[in-house]
Design a binder for this molecule. Structure first.
Ligand SMILES: Nc1nc2c(c(=O)[nH]1)N[C@H]1C(S)=C(S)[C@@H](COP(=O)(O)OP(=O)(O)OC[C@H]3O[C@@H](n4cnc5c(=O)[nH]c(N)nc54)[C@H](O)[C@@H]3O)O[C@H]1N2
Ligand SMILES: Nc1nc2c(c(=O)[nH]1)N[C@H]1C(S)=C(S)[C@@H](COP(=O)(O)OP(=O)(O)OC[C@H]3O[C@@H](n4cnc5c(=O)[nH]c(N)nc54)[C@H](O)[C@@H]3O)O[C@H]1N2
Ligand code: SF4
Ligand SMILES: [Mo]
Length: 737
């Protein structure tokens, strides 16, 4: 075949296709990566995966762009006296940080050192959070925070107050009904439906007759496919759940056998929900009472199913009470797996614990706070330390204050509630370290920025997706899937980037601290003993993975035999019968929860004159919190987060779509760009968080977006157990500019 002569001398790129899984979120989608000359050029779904069936969302499709992006950090940086940043070798950064941490510990004690782990601390590699926690233990500091307590912390505290069923909730694969209270899994891949290609699983489930019930002030992507959508006013979910419980109990639709055998407190619950008549609640929530009753009946009458709540209502006040009532609803309807049933998702690489048809008693001490008290009387709980209290711990005026912060795979300045206070806290820190891929807002406020390896440059195990099923009832997927991946590319030439966990390891080496790793477990008691690391010879990631998975149901070596991942459902796992003489019971009538519920009808529900709108949270498919804003292919060039309002509200305000508006809360005001959305309930303003991530005031909001974190006060309207402030359902006013 004739060829053009100049082509012959031209370099032919070496192309390969590799299996891996996406670590841009907890869904761990199985994907294929095109690699040309050692550079990842494209990512797409793996059609051969029976679970994901070729799914790869827009974030995953741009995973290579994130890795190769010109703004990607390829060297660690140190802030200079004039505020500029200069690159330095990562080992030098580690040595300097280690020496400074030792000096701070020496002068002020270990508690002066805090760590914060964000979303990507855990998704980027399963070794990361283990090593950062081991370092904090070795330092002797309890101040180990995570994004869990600015998310849905009530899930953990409610479980502590309610008790836990020691087998899974009903699985989506067998559900006749699913109730979603303020979550939008078709966008967020969160719970209520499988996080592994949720759209595909939902279509199949609706086809087989499953009923989808959605409660959301917005006709969300998920609500659009619902059998019944209750478009209630934000912040009314506790009232709605109480009314549903009242209806189900009054109409005798409860699972009497399950309730009698495994619970206590039904009478207390029945008395507590009595005042919550559907008519009264419907008035408060601005919905139709008949629809509310229909929804309760549909949920209770179906054979199997599950109710689950998301970030929206959790952030609208009362995260613990909300999650407690969700547990009550599932339990009175008996939505838990029974003895002899096959466990649909028993976990693969996580430590295997035999599910049993029995209830674990409540552990209220995990809810009421333990350990050293923090500001506002907050403390550690089953959900972890209250992250919303950390800025105040840094800003404390006494000797006990926090002086150093290591932030890893999270972005405090952009996403912590109360940005004004967070910025002040960063100013007050003696040492701030940010481990990141790019110059995020938090990086630009830190003394040291550690350039991390991109996940495509690191081996990985898909453990984080397995943890979804133990997060809360209704989370998880429909099969035990696991995947191992090697690093599919090497970091760019001349770069100096580090696997996150090695940063913690080498920091410990520099500080002369031996590290002992504790197993990760989200539910149950671990049988895996902590293991000490060899501090002389740095282990490789493989060796850590071997350790982490050593009590797994399926050996890591077996998972590695399937480069594209696989379903590991043999041998089947069944729910075992209760242990003889077992006494544990779930508590439907916790006195404190019942008392808190009684206060809910009395609360002021009328919108304040000054702040007639409610700002509600949401997520968007193409970015993850503050990540991905810099990738034009991903944002389609729309590098901001609009403030969505109902067209009639826009008209009433005299605001055109695309115009600038001022949104004012009791805490602060922000400028935003208005957009019309007739899917919204009137009176709400729907916005994503994490935007405005570049702090340069010369940038226009159309280039960076608007920060909703500025509108939040972290110390006014917060939940007493977890310290979670109001981060949705925020009273605001809206004005044309
Ligand atoms: N108003 C309001 N506030 C909210 C919420 C809300 O709904 N409304 N949601 C809350 C919730 S649920 C959460 S979880 C938090 C999110 O809290 P965070 O996890 O703290 O925030 P992210 O924006 O996810 O931060 C991710 C950071 O990790 C970096 N990163 C991305 N990929 C990688 C990687 O592979 N390795 C490393 N080392 N770094 C990486 C990104 O550049 C970014 O700086 O925000 C909370 N804040
Ligand atoms: N694409 C994408 N996926 C993500 C993320 C992302 O940023 N982008 N973030 C990840 C993170 S950190 C998390 S925690 C999960 C969260 O996942 P989800 O909990 O599903 O979060 P959202 O998608 O924001 O859906 C929350 C819904 O609650 C509604 N809502 C707001 N306030 C209220 C209220 O008071 N009551 C009721 N009933 N509804 C209300 C909103 O309109 C919205 O539709 O998503 C994860 N997945
Ligand atoms: S859903 Fe999550 S894991 Fe899957 S492709 Fe999108 S970002 Fe990646
Ligand atoms: Mo989250």
């Amino acid at each position: 075949m004739p060829t053009e002569p100049h082509r012959e001398t031209c370099h032919t790129p070496h192309k390969t296709v590799r299996h891996t899984f996406c670590r841009a979120c907890h869904a761990c989608c199985s994907v294929l990566v095109d690699i040309e000359d050692g550079v990842a050029t494209a990512v797409r779904g793996n059609r051969d995966s029976p679970l994901y069936q070729g799914f790869c969302c827009i974030k995953g499709q741009h995973y290579a762009d994130q890795c190769n992006h010109p703004t990607r950090l390829l060297h660690s940086l140190k802030r200079q006296v004039d505020g500029s940043y200069r690159p330095l070798p990562v080992q030098q950064a580690i040595d300097e940080i280690g020496d400074k941490l030792l000096a701070i510990r020496e002068r002020h004690g270990p508690r002066a050192i805090a760590a914060y782990i964000g979303t990507f601390g855990s998704t980027s590699s399963s070794a990361n959070t283990l090593l950062s926690s081991a370092l904090m233990d070795a330092i002797g500091s309890p101040m180990n925070f995570s994004s869990n307590t600015i998310d849905q912390p009530g899930k953990f505290v409610a479980a502590a107050l309610f008790g836990e069923w020691m087998a899974p909730s009903n699985n989506f694969a067998e559900a006749d009904v699913v109730m979603l209270i303020g979550l939008n899994p078709l966008v967020s891949m969160s719970g209520g439906m499988p996080h592994t290609n949720p759209g595909r699983h939902l279509t199949a489930a609706l086809k087989r007759g499953m009923q989808l019930l959605v409660i959301d002030p917005r006709r969300s992507e998920t609500a659009r496919r619902a059998t019944i959508h209750l478009q209630s006013a934000p912040g009314c979910d506790v009232l709605i759940l109480a009314a549903m419980l009242r209806t189900i109990i009054a109409d005798d639709l409860i699972d009497r056998d399950f309730v009698a055998a495994h619970t206590r407190g039904l009478a207390a619950l029945q008395a507590a929900v009595a005042p919550f008549t559907p008519e009264r609640v419907a008035r408060e929530a601005g919905v139709d009472a008949a629809t509310l009753i229909d929804m309760a009946h549909t949920f209770a009458r179906a054979g199997k199913g599950v109710a689950t709540a998301g970030t929206g209502p959790n952030m609208s006040g009362n995260t613990t009470l909300l999650e407690y009532l969700v547990r009550c609803l599932n339990t009175v309807c008996g939505r838990w797996a029974r003895a002899g049933e096959r466990v649909i998702e028993p976990g693969t690489l996580s430590e295997f614990i035999q599910p049993r048809a029995q209830a674990m008693d409540p552990r209220p001490e995990w809810a009421y706070g333990f350990g050293e008290p923090l500001v506002r009387g907050l403390a550690n709980t089953a959900a972890g330390l209250p992250t919303a209290a950390l800025p105040d711990e840094i800003l404390r005026q006494d000797e006990g204050r926090v002086r150093a912060l290591i932030s890893h795979g999270g972005n405090p300045v952009s996403v912590w509630p109360d940005q004004i206070k967070t910025l002040a806290a960063y100013e007050a820190l003696e040492l701030s370290v940010q481990i990141d891929l790019r110059m995020s807002a938090s990086a630009s406020c830190s003394d040291y920025v550690i350039a991390a390896r991109h996940p495509l440059e690191m081996p990985g195990i898909s453990l984080v997706h397995e943890f979804m099923s133990s997060y809360a009832p209704g989370f998880g997927t429909v099969a035990p899937w696991a995947q191992y991946t090697d690093a599919v590319v090497e970091p760019p030439k001349d770069s100096d980037v580090i696997e996150d966990w090695r940063f913690f390891y080498r920091l410990a080496q520099r500080m002369g601290l031996p590290l002992t790793v504790k197993p990760i477990l989200w539910a149950g008691e671990s049988a895996t003993a902590p293991w000490p690391l060899d501090m002389q010879h740095e282990p490789d990631t493989e060796a850590l993975f071997e350790q982490i998975t050593r009590n797994a149901r399926v050996p890591l070596a077996e998972v590695k035999r399937h480069p594209g991942g696989a379903i590991f459902d043999e041998p089947a796992v069944h729910v075992a019968a209760a242990e003889p003489g077992w006494q544990g019971r779930l508590d439907l009538g916790n006195a404190q929860m019942m008392a808190l519920l009684a206060q809910q009808l009395e609360r002021a529900t009328t919108a304040l004159e000054a702040h007639p709108y409610r700002l509600i949270s949401r997520r968007q498919i193409n970015v993850l919190n503050s990540t991905g804003h810099e990738l034009p292919g991903q944002t389609h060039g729309k590098a901001y987060n609009p403030a969505y309002l109902h067209p009639l509200d826009l008209a009433a305000l005299g605001v055109d779509a695309g115009a600038r508006i001022r949104i004012r809360s009791a805490r602060a005001d922000i400028t935003a760009i208005a957009e019309a959305d007739n899917n919204l309930r009137r009176g709400t303003v729907s916005m994503t968080h994490g935007w405005g991530d570049r702090l340069d005031p010369s940038l226009d909001i159309s280039e960076v977006g608007s920060s909703t974190a500025r509108l939040i006060a972290n110390d006014v309207d917060y939940e007493p157990f977890t310290g979670l402030p109001r981060m949705s359902n925020i009273p605001v006013s809206v004005q044309a500019l």
